[in-house]
Design a protein around this ligand. Structure first.
Ligand code: 5GP
Ligand code: ZN
Length: 114
């Protein structure tokens, strides 16, 4: 999808501050962080939202969560805690329509979210 911002990040035509890269996914710093640690994990494959995921994508979705947890562990904030979030469509405020897991940490996070 050439008009998708995150597909362009996957292709490398838009730069990003990558923290993780493997055959299925990418992790990079959010351009507008809401916490000291705010990293996005995305599949290389274009999926516009969780609504488009099928049974075929089960492993891929687990892979994104697993990569987020690994990053938190390796960067020393897994024990303190963190939040993983997938925003889907309007009511959740999704703005980029290429599925992504937000990993937020490094400070105490309020609950419930707004
Ligand atoms: P959403 O609101 O769709 O759940 O999250 C999209 C996220 O992508 C936002 O937190 C936003 O700051 C981030 N973002 C938007 N454009 C860019 C970009 O060009 N580079 C990076 N690294 N993050 C972006
Ligand atoms: Zn895309």
């Amino acid at each position: 999808m050439s008009d998708c911002l995150f597909c362009r990040i996957v292709a490398g035509t838009i730069p990003s501050r990558k923290v993780h890269e493997d055959e299925l996914s990418l992790g990079f710093h959010d351009i507008s962080p809401h916490a000291p640690q705010h990293v996005l994990f995305i599949p290389r494959k274009h999926l516009s939202s969780l609504n488009e995921a099928t049974a075929e994508d089960r492993e891929l979705l687990g892979h994104l969560l697993f990569s987020a947890a690994k990053y938190a562990r390796e960067n020393g904030f897994a024990d303190a805690g963190y939040r993983t979030v997938i925003n889907t469509n309007r009511d959740a405020g999704q703005t980029v329509f290429h599925i992504h897991v937000h990993l937020l940490g490094g400070r105490a996070l309020a609950w419930p979210p707004g």
